[in-house]
Design a protein around this ligand. Structure first.
Ligand code: ATP
Ligand code: MG
Length: 330
């Protein structure tokens, strides 16, 4: 079976963007592939986090993975910080990554302008850690949203470079484009992506938002003055975003959605999108509630999966250490 690796940062409460762009797709892969889904807490501290909140977000994220339908018996679901090979390989890969490459990353440019008071070295070398995450498991396919394509491309370059210097060491990973694959935009600023670290709570639908909050946020979503449900990302980014969300959930094409709302106002349309999201999230939220009350079960998942990930990661790490010339452990 081919290996799939992906992850999310516990940098906040996950959004509808994370769900439709990533998590929902992941649940369709578990039978066909060997999948690892990491909670990348080491990436999360590239931006300041409150320790207690980070811990809580990480645990909730793990339960949300399971609540969304990832079977923890079939998928390796674990915390990045529990597998030290991530940090060890990241250090090595840092030494094979150029400053110029890292400077070109749009995520760094965006986040460093937003978090101007804390532009730390980790935020800059984030892609080297992400490369390590992926390459540690000889990953074949990486399902990521469009915003992470550039980082994946760099991971491929680093792997190819390393293989060129030392002979075949890493599998060079390919992006995996999911069936749903929506790029969800902010409800308040539809030209930028929905992000769990966005400070404006009205800009994002959180997976755990109750029905009232979801309906309210869709009602307030920014649209345009044209009053016609039509897909055009250039001139109608707000409406196009709502159409993508609706399409990702109902499976309809943009043309079908357009004809469904022919002659209807934005008010009706927003209501329908809101209701579809509420229904989509209802079972997930119920399952999350159940899991929250089963501490022993969740703890056992965390322990068992960290052991598996550690075992798999160490195999690649040892190989790499040997190739670069580190003395063997005696
Ligand atoms: P942060 O704002 O802290 O970077 P984020 O919302 O961007 O958080 P990540 O943890 O960086 O979330 O990304 C997790 C996964 O979700 C990645 O695969 C990413 O491509 C995907 N993703 C993030 N935002 C969106 C979005 N708006 N639409 C679709 N996919 C997304
Ligand atoms: Mg992100």
């Amino acid at each position: 079976k081919k290996v799939i690796f992906s992850g999310m940062q516990p940098s906040g409460v996950i959004t509808l963007g994370n769900y439709l762009g990533a998590l929902k797709n992941w649940t369709n892969l578990q039978d066909e592939y060997n999948c690892l889904y990491c909670i990348v807490d080491m990436h999360a501290i590239t931006v300041r986090q409150d320790p207690a909140t980070l811990r809580k977000n990480a645990r909730n994220l793990l339960m949300q993975y399971i609540a969304a339908g990832l079977n923890p018996e079939k998928n390796v679901i674990y915390y990045q910080s529990h597998v030290s090979a991530h940090a060890e390989l990241a250090w090595i890969l840092n030494c094979y990554t150029y400053m110029g490459e890292l400077s070109r990353m749009t995520q760094f440019k965006e986040k460093s302008s937003k978090h101007g008071e804390n532009i730390n070295a980790g935020l800059f070398t984030y892609p080297a850690l992400m490369a390590a995450d992926i390459l540690l498991f000889q990953t074949d396919l990486v399902p990521v949203g469009a915003d992470q394509k550039q980082h994946l491309e760099l991971a491929r370059d680093i792997a190819t470079r390393f293989n060129g210097l030392y002979g075949d060491t890493f599998k060079v990973p390919e992006p995996y484009i999911g069936k749903v694959g929506a790029r969800v935009m902010s409800l308040q600023e539809p030209t930028s992506k929905m992000s769990k670290s966005d400070e404006d709570a009205n800009a994002s639908i959180y997976l755990m938002d109750d029905p009232d909050a979801i309906m309210r946020k869709f009602k307030r979503a920014v649209t345009d003055s044209d009053a016609c449900v039509r897909f055009d990302q250039e001139t109608k980014p707000g409406i196009s975003n709502l159409m993508s969300i609706y399409g990702a959930i109902t499976g309809q094409t943009m043309e079908q959605i357009q004809s469904e709302f022919e002659g209807k106002g934005y008010g009706d349309f927003k209501m329908r999108v809101g209701e579809a999201v509420v229904e989509e999230l209802r079972p997930l939220q119920a399952r999350f509630k159940e899991l929250s009350s089963d501490k022993t079960y969740i703890d056992s998942i965390i322990k068992k999966n960290a052991e598996t990930a550690n075992y798999l990661a160490t195999k690649t790490l040892r190989k790499v250490q040997k190739k670069v010339g580190f003395p063997p452990v005696v």
